[in-house]
Design a protein around this ligand. Structure first.
Ligand code: SAJ
Length: 436
């Protein structure tokens, strides 16, 4: 492969750990990435518009559960990792990774405005020998159709693959996980040109254990969407299994647990309150949106989304039915929701289906309170809900308890004994009994 002078210089700076790395977006993806590169010996500058994040990092304090302050502080105190809101810091950077959110618009279309804003800042400071890596999950084509033209429009007419390098490398952070982390989770990397790929592999390979090259940035973008669409569709199927088992008079969790005893050819997914998080409910819709522009309807994605988004309403109806069984109207009944985070053992509430369940119950006149060991209070529909202070008292006084998030901290057997009525979206209070 012909390498330009700029590429040789870049590779040498990576080799000697003198390369300076910028990370745009210091959230649950960007901050762990910044820490890992700083620990690998690179000088890292984190850039975030949220001055509170910048202030916290400057004081060596972490705000991300996966990165304890004790791990962060030595890096910031040693000046290996610095934080700023000033994009001019990119002028000194040899590489920059974009780790900004990719939400949906109210219309349900992809919102890549954060990617575009970051790209336009990078274009200001783009210089020969610079590597740009997009990590944010997005539809196939974003890197070459949206980022590349904005960088190539640079007044110095820098050439991709010769003067600067452009890659896509999807994040694979599973918040709260400790077995698979940013360092040891294999990282897929695609480059606009072979020289770009080589630059990306060299830099990420210097800090991460495994980097997996693919043939293009589109292949890398699609890899991530396959991973998360796989989850959304299988979770949708698990939820439909619940609906089917109910009509057959079967226990869906028992059937799923039994199927999970198959040591090959099966992967367990379980029904739940719906799809939470900022990835699984959203990423597949980036893919279906892109395919619609190519006149193709991604049927599995649309069907899974339909089933998953209907689950909060299914569970709210279960509460009404359970109260009805004990001759209580839902209106005026006290309902306690256990867990409002979108999944167990974390505090993140983004897209949490528990919020939809609360909203639906309140719409029917229920008096809803919540408990969550990770969420002391939250704003919802212009109201502030506070976590109940006395869980035992709340359990015994509630007309119905809804298990929305199966945090490990709960004593589910005790909850089963104390609660008058339980609607269990996670099937943790009464575990499915295999063998009848
Ligand atoms: N859920 C179910 N049933 C299941 C599994 C999950 O109802 O069988 C629900 C969860 O409660 C949650 C939602 O689906 O509300 C998403 O769950 P998740 O486990 O996929 O969690 P995320 O979104 O935090 O993280 C996922 C990563 N998860 C795993 O690999 C286990 C991974 O897919 C990505 O690295 C990450 O999204 C991302 O950032 O893309």
């Amino acid at each position: 492969m012909i390498s330009s002078e700029h590429q040789r210089t870049f590779l040498e700076r990576v080799q000697t750990r003198t390369a300076r790395l910028g990370i745009i977006g210091l959230g649950y993806v960007g901050l762990p990435l910044a820490v890992v590169f700083a620990e690998a010996g690179f000088h890292v500058v984190g850039i975030d518009l949220d001055t509170r994040k910048v202030a916290a990092l400057t004081h060596g304090e972490s705000y991300i559960e996966d990165i304890p302050t004790a791990r962060l502080a030595p890096l910031t105190h040693a000046g290996r990792l610095v934080a700023t809101s000033d994009f001019a810091a990119l002028r000194e950077c040899d590489a920059v990774s974009i780790c900004v959110p990719t939400p949906l618009r109210k219309t349900g279309d992809p919102d890549i405005s954060f990617i575009i804003a970051a790209t336009e800042q990078i274009a200001h400071y783009l210089h020969p020998g610079m590597l740009v890596v997009l990590e944010s999950t997005t539809y196939p084509g974003t890197t070459t159709e949206v980022i590349l033209p904005r960088l190539s429009a640079h007044e110095a007419a820098l050439r991709v693959g010769e003067d600067f390098f452009l890659c896509f490398s999807p994040e694979r952070v599973d918040p709260g996980r400790t077995d698979w982390t940013t360092v040891n989770t294999p990282k897929v990397m695609g480059g606009v040109t072979p020289q770009c790929l080589q630059a990306g592999l060299a830099l990420y390979g210097a800090a991460l254990q495994t980097v997996v090259p693919v043939s293009s940035t589109e292949a890398a973008e699609m890899t991530k969407l396959l991973e998360n669409t796989f989850r959304a569709v299988n979770i949708g199927m698990a939820n439909e299994m619940l609906l089917m088992c109910e009509r057959l008079g079967l226990d869906a969790w028992e059937v799923i647990e039994a199927a999970a005893t198959k040591p090959f050819g099966f992967m367990k997914f379980t029904p739940g309150p719906g799809l939470g998080g900022h990835c699984i409910p959203i990423d597949p819709l980036y893919l279906s949106w892109k395919l619609r522009t190519l006149n193709y309807r991604a049927q599995f994605i649309e069907l899974a989304s339909e089933i998953n988004t209907a689950m909060p309403r299914y569970w709210a109806r279960k509460v009404q039915d359970a109260l009805n069984e004990v001759s209580k109207a839902i209106k005026g009944s006290h309902v306690l929701v256990l867990g409002v985070a979108y999944k167990k053992d974390i505090s993140d509430m983004r897209e949490s289906p528990a919020l939809d369940i609360i909203h639906l119950l309140q719409q029917q006149g229920a008096l809803v309170s919540y408990h969550d060991p990770y969420v002391p209070s939250f704003h919802y529909e212009r109201i502030v809900m506070e976590c109940v202070a006395d869980l035992d008292a709340a359990l015994t006084s509630a007309d119905c308890v809804v298990v929305a998030t199966d945090h490990s901290a709960y004593d589910w057997a005790a909850i089963g004994r104390q609660a008058r009525l339980v609607v269990d979206t996670r099937r943790v209070v009464r575990k499915p009994a295999l063998g009848g």
